[in-house]
Design a protein. Structure first.
Length: 339
């Protein structure tokens, strides 16, 4: 009797492990965790035969500001097609995972930065569930090398999570089972099921530009800006004076520049009230200062003072219409050197 029970337990554990692995590989789930397998599929498809491309990496700044559909429709013949691989809440360990991917060897990488978000100390860490997902998808062979070269300022506990053996990763991934059930119920029966279905499909899988739709009203926008300014008053949130955050940005940019055709840094537009905050708290922030910190390898396009009607869809991200004009600005900047 006992051997049968043990066999049954082993079979259940194996079935759970296989199901968890299936969930990860298929990218089932809402939001950014569902996007990570889609990004990995892009790398798997492009790593064997690297081609010139314009690739946007980083967090939701680039995801909202760069419309690859506009780029591809309007680019001159001498410029390659573009992909938007940015992922919301992406941190510097995630850029470390992208560093050295063969698909980026011939690419012009575009990275958007902002004093409001790019120096946040949380950028040094990797969300445990993201670390678990990345590990189950398979880590790049050069990760240990890259940690030694570009990862010294990053959170060591986050990097250690990536290195755990696969059986431990599968055990930790048990959180995926209730998460998968919750997502499924939301998509089918939730009050915002259409929105959840959108997040499950288009938003997660769109690697050109995921249209975001409605923007905040002017009143909502001002309220959201005020709330974030309260957060930015805390040095533990803003991190603009944190040397580790600057070091991590420097290392990330060096790694991307070393392992690509070119790195272009775009200074993200700042809401006027954020600009007031920046000029008071971080007055040195400028294209000249950023070039001095990052060295000559990346070219820098300063759009931080760009303003237009209805530019922002929320307190931080630009609207769909704003992304079209910003993409054209990036296009003109890169084309100016390509011609």
């Amino acid at each position: 009797m006992l051997p049968r029970c043990l066999l049954l337990v082993a079979a259940c554990l194996l079935a759970c492990a296989l199901f968890l692995d299936f969930i990860v590989q298929r990218g089932l789930g809402l939001g950014e965790l569902g996007r990570l397998p889609v990004l990995e599929q892009w790398y798997a498809a492009h790593d064997p035969d690297p081609q010139p491309a314009v690739v946007v990496l980083g967090d939701s700044l680039g995801r909202s500001a760069f419309n690859a559909d506009v780029w591809n429709a309007e680019r001159p013949p001498e410029l390659p097609e573009a992909w938007n691989l940015a992922s919301s809440a992406a941190s510097y360990p995630e850029l470390l995972l992208a560093t050295g991917r063969p698909a980026l060897r011939e690419a012009t990488i575009v990275l958007f930065v902002s004093p409001v978000t790019s120096f946040n100390p949380s950028k040094l860490e990797l969300n445990p569930r993201k670390a678990n997902t990345y590990a189950l998808l398979g880590l790049p062979e050069n990760l240990d090398d890259n940690i030694g070269r570009y990862g010294q300022a990053l959170d060591s506990d986050s990097l250690a999570m990536l290195a755990k053996p696969r059986w431990q990763q599968l055990h930790y991934a048990r959180w995926r089972l209730p998460e998968y059930l919750k997502d499924s119920l939301q998509v089918r029966f939730g009050a915002r099921r259409e929105r959840h279905r959108y997040l499950l499909e288009d938003y997660v899988r769109e690697l050109r530009y995921p249209r975001f739709g409605e923007s905040m009203s002017p009143v909502e926008l001002e309220q959201a800006v005020a709330r974030r300014l309260e957060l930015l008053a805390d040095p533990a949130y803003s991190g603009v004076s944190d040397p580790n955050s600057l070091t991590a940005l420097q290392a990330a940019c060096r790694g991307l520049a070393d392992n690509s055709h070119e790195l272009v840094i775009v200074m993200y537009p700042l809401h006027p009230r954020y600009r007031d905050w920046q000029q008071h708290e971080f007055p040195q922030y400028s294209a000249a200062w950023l070039q001095q910190q990052l060295g000559p390898a990346p070219r820098i396009l300063d759009l931080s003072d760009y303003q237009a009607a209805h530019l922002f869809r929320d307190d931080l991200h630009v609207s769909d219409e704003g992304s079209e004009e910003l993409t054209r600005r990036v296009l003109r900047f890169i084309a100016g050197e390509a011609g």
